[in-house]
Design a protein around this ligand. Sequence first.
Ligand code: FAD
Length: 312
Amino acid sequence: MTMSNIGVLIEMDGQEIKASNYGVLTAACTGGNAVALVFTENGDVVKNDLERFGAGKIVTMSATNPVQKAKLMAAAVKEFNLSAVLGLSSARGRDLLTRCACILDAPLALDAIQADLSDGTVVKSHFSGKTTAVIQLSGDTLLVGLRPNVIEAVENPVSAELVPFTAEADSSDGFKILEVKKGGTGTIDLTEAEIIITGGRPMNSAENFQILHACAEVLPGAVGASRAAVDAGFAPHSMQVGQTGKTVSPKLYIGCGLSGSVQHFAGMKTARIIVGINTDKDAPIFGKCDYGIVGDLFEVVPVLTEVLKNKR
Ligand code: FAD
């Protein structure tokens, strides 16, 4: 039986591949031959890492804006006979996969938590995580954006062929990037982080978030905030997790002073392990987390940081 070719849109952070791409590559390897689609000037820089996670073909492309990138991706789908394209359901991934789906007139599912490419079924959470939908996609090429970190990356070493790819130049996109402003304050992107420590309303000030940053540095992880903390001006919106903030799927989520609202959980309930720290033993978060600590976050977090420091 011939295996189908599954494209994987690889997201770069400067010259480096974002770690969350490797889980997406693993998903592609399960369904067929993984073909990495990378926007880079230098394929040699990414080759070893992509080979390690099973990309048998690495298609390198060059474009300056999302319109051109999507056109190139769509051309690559045809050139390399891709039956599906997987990517991260990140801000950039959602943008490019959607544009590409429009060009190809192909079905698209974003924010997926599972994808079975053998029969085109995709699992998504809906209505703030209250329901899970199994969606059947059908078409010549299926496009799926996976939530970062939902699939464990598994090494699958292969030898890859590097294929630089260009398509007919088209300058009629009417699109020009004037400036790129980086959001967030931490060094680890919230949506990519394997560990997140989040502060709620009782953080009380922006300065107090420093105790979470200190802990995140040792973990190492990223710092998030509830909407109550963001609305009160203690943290920027780029740190907000939840229905109207970011959707995250870390391996470990530590919620400090969070009541456990449905809207907050909508953004992080797929975290593998959830820890709640709350002074109120009856707080709803204790009904939703794997481990609970009844205590004052201003006492618990510094102790946790110290213990972790000593462990390292
Ligand atoms: P609170 O609900 O005030 O809970 C604070 C908790 O901290 C309490 O349980 C308290 O017992 C505990 N506590 C107090 N002091 C301490 C201490 N010293 N140490 C430890 N624990 C302590 N919220 C989001 O977070 N993200 C969203 O994206 C989001 N989107 C929304 C969209 C809509 C349409 C709506 C209506 C709401 C949305 N919300 C969102 C708001 C949400 O409903 C909650 O109001 C919010 O999540 C509560 O934030 P919190 O848990 O930090 O604060």
